[in-house]
Design a protein around this ligand. Structure first.
Ligand code: C2E
Ligand code: MG
Ligand code: MG
Ligand code: MG
Length: 284
């Protein structure tokens, strides 16, 4: 297992291997078998409340434990899974597994309310007709309240989205599932457009908060984030910030009114037990 130091995003055993290289290695055909063999696993990254540092929940991030290449990150195989259609069964597996984990947390870690679970949806999953029924079935089987689940959809997947694409999300939102707009700020979407999307959370992309790692912070950067936060709040959206790596960054973003945060400063993605330790630490 690749460990902590350096690198970006999922730390893989073979960082040189990009999606193209994997295709040329003939791994496209290995994807379905990998799902059957149970080679995928999920790491969980805590989401914390900025005001008191308590744990709000976790984002499920999928990894592939490849027999030859070691641990592969989602950027190395999700595009491939999208192109081959495997993303639908893979995404369903991630949802099932993450919801099962959230249910476990609910049963074993009752202090401080249920830990929320965030699951990423890719565009192909959004367009798949089974999305709503699959999600309902997974929730019902687990007994988890819909409000514990948050589905993350990237801003770019929703740019120019018509009602056909939005309808399943609207249905899920009406059931009480939270929808988050992931990587917000990277997609040049029309801010006024936010009003018609069935989202309740904005996840500010890491690129927005990178400038706040070191002091002094560019006052224009501060103004931009301040503006987005106040717009989001006036639309009754919660704001999560991604990629918080330093205490200085956390301080700025808390002052700017961000609600929840995620990043290496708090915790790197890790096994589910990571959350047990953190939520117990809260309770003390
Ligand atoms: P994302 O949803 O924006 O997830 C956040 C990414 O930022 C994760 O990368 C996480 O490990 C990384 N990250 C978290 N905190 C920090 C930090 O402080 N600094 C830096 N530099 N990075 C940080 P990861 O795990 O490699 O995932 C990459 C993307 O793959 C995700 O971006 C998401 O779009 C996609 N993905 C992950 N799991 C799934 C899945 O189950 N289904 C689908 N469709 N997509 C997934
Ligand atoms: Mg995400
Ligand atoms: Mg994100
Ligand atoms: Mg991002």
């Amino acid at each position: 297992r690749a460990k902590s130091a350096g690198g970006n995003r999922c730390e893989t055993a073979d960082p040189e291997l990009d999606a193209r290289a994997i295709t040329s290695h003939g791994l496209t055909t290995a994807l379905p078998a990998a799902l059957e063999r149970g080679e995928f696993f999920i790491e969980y990254q805590p989401l914390v409340h900025m005001d008191d540092g308590s744990v709000h929940g976790a984002e499920a991030l999928v990894r592939w434990s490849h027999p030859q290449h070691g641990i592969l990150g989602p950027d190395q195989f999700i595009p491939l899974a999208e192109r081959t259609g495997l993303i639908v069964p893979l995404g369903r597996w991630v949802l099932q597994e993450a919801v099962r984990q959230a249910r476990y947390w609910q049963e074993h870690h009752t202090e401080g309310g249920p830990l929320r679970i965030n699951v990423n949806l890719s565009p192909a999953q959004l367009q798949h007709p089974g999305l709503v029924t699959d999600t309902v079935a997974v929730l019902e089987r687990s007994g988890l309240a819909p409000g514990v689940l948050c589905l993350e959809v990237t801003e770019s997947a929703l740019i120019g989205a018509d009602e056909t694409l939005l309808r399943p999300l609207r249905q899920l939102a009406e059931m009480g599932v939270d929808i988050a707009l992931d990587d917000f700020g990277t997609g040049y979407s029309n801010l006024a457009n936010l009003r018609r999307l069935p989202v309740s959370v904005l996840k500010l992309d890491r690129s927005f908060t990178q400038g706040m790692q070191q002091l002094p912070v560019d006052p224009v950067d501060l103004k931009i984030v301040e503006g987005i936060v106040s717009l989001a709040h006036s639309l009754e959206l919660a704001v999560t910030v991604e990629g918080v790596e330093t205490g200085a960054q956390a301080d700025r973003l808390r002052e700017l009114g961000c609600d929840t945060a995620q990043g290496w400063y708090y915790a790197r993605p890790g096994p589910p037990e990571l959350l047990h330790a953190l939520s117990l630490a809260d309770a003390i």
